[in-house]
Design a protein around this ligand. Structure first.
Ligand SMILES: [Zn+2]
Length: 285
């Protein structure tokens, strides 16, 4: 894969307008009026923006592919103060070029992480970590071998995304009685309590089996699922910590509820993601 290009936005003042060139990842595009296109994009250092590409729906328009979701480029736009939408002049494609559409499952996961980025407001001064997260996840999806690795890339993305939004739960402590849920032996986390823990999106954390008794409608998590999460997150580079199907299903369910609670909606692309069973069935291992 070619080396990534990293560069800060360049700004030129033309009268009362700013002509800006920013490194970007395209999140979404849609038709706008008769001939134009409305493009949402995340810049490395200028926040998440929306803009109009004039005349880009004409078949003969050059560079339309540069505005497809997941593509990266150096986007040139005019930012008129207070206008809301920027006027996009063009987007020069930049490496790495991802060919996610060749693998349907990877394409669906890319759609999901990109939609999550699209669903949260990202201001100018917080752009870079979101840009790195999305870019790094798209690269990792491209390079992922076996389909069963895709849910772990999703999990890694979601945990970092929650951290950047300030909603990362404490996975090691009961959010009600505050007792520790894990202990460490030889650098490996083990559950302290047997029985079903539960995830409470409203409290933004886990309830121990005792506190969970009054909240049986909440998403259950086995103690082994919590131990897996902790060991997987803290595993030294090169160490493989494999989840059980149950651990992945429980963590996916808890994080999905947590995200929906904070985003106040369910990402539409979530329902398109393949089941864990479908991914393992394709693994051939
Ligand atoms: Zn408790």
């Amino acid at each position: 894969m070619p080396k990534k290009v990293t560069q800060p936005s360049a700004v030129f003042n033309v009268g009362d307008m700013e002509l800006v060139s920013s490194e970007c990842i395209i999140l979404r595009n849609q038709d706008y009026l008769e001939r134009d296109r409305l493009v949402t994009f995340l810049t490395r250092d200028a926040g998440k923006l929306r803009g109009i590409v004039k005349g880009s729906r004409k078949l003969t328009s050059r560079g339309v592919g540069s505005f497809e979701p997941f593509s990266r480029g150096l986007i040139h736009y005019v930012d008129k103060a207070g206008a809301g939408l920027v006027a996009i002049r063009k987007c020069d494609p930049q490496p790495p070029y991802l060919y996610l559409e060749r693998d349907y499952h990877k394409f669906l996961y890319a759609g999901y992480v990109t939609e999550l980025i699209d669903l949260c407001p990202i201001q100018r001064d917080e752009s870079e970590p979101f840009f790195e997260l999305l870019g790094g996840t798209l690269d990792a999806l491209c390079e992922a071998g076996a389909p069963r690795r895709l849910p772990l890339l999703r999990l890694r993305f979601e945990l970092r995304y929650l951290q950047l939004l300030g909603y990362q739960p404490d996975w090691t402590r009961c959010c009600m009685c505050l007792r520790p849920l894990l202990r460490w032996e030889n650098n490996l986390a083990e559950p302290v309590l047997r029985g079903s823990h539960r995830f409470d999106p409203r409290r933004g954390g886990l309830c121990c089996p005792d506190c969970a008794r009054a909240n049986r409608q909440l998403t259950p998590l086995a103690p082994e699922s919590l131990a897996f999460l902790e060991n997987w997150r803290n595993a030294p580079a090169g160490t493989v910590v494999r989840p059980t199907r149950q651990a992945l299903e429980e963590l996916e369910a808890a994080i999905t509820q947590h995200l929906a609670y904070h985003l106040e909606r369910q990402p539409r692309s979530l329902s398109l993601l393949p089941s864990l069973q479908a991914l393992n069935g394709n693994d051939g291992a």
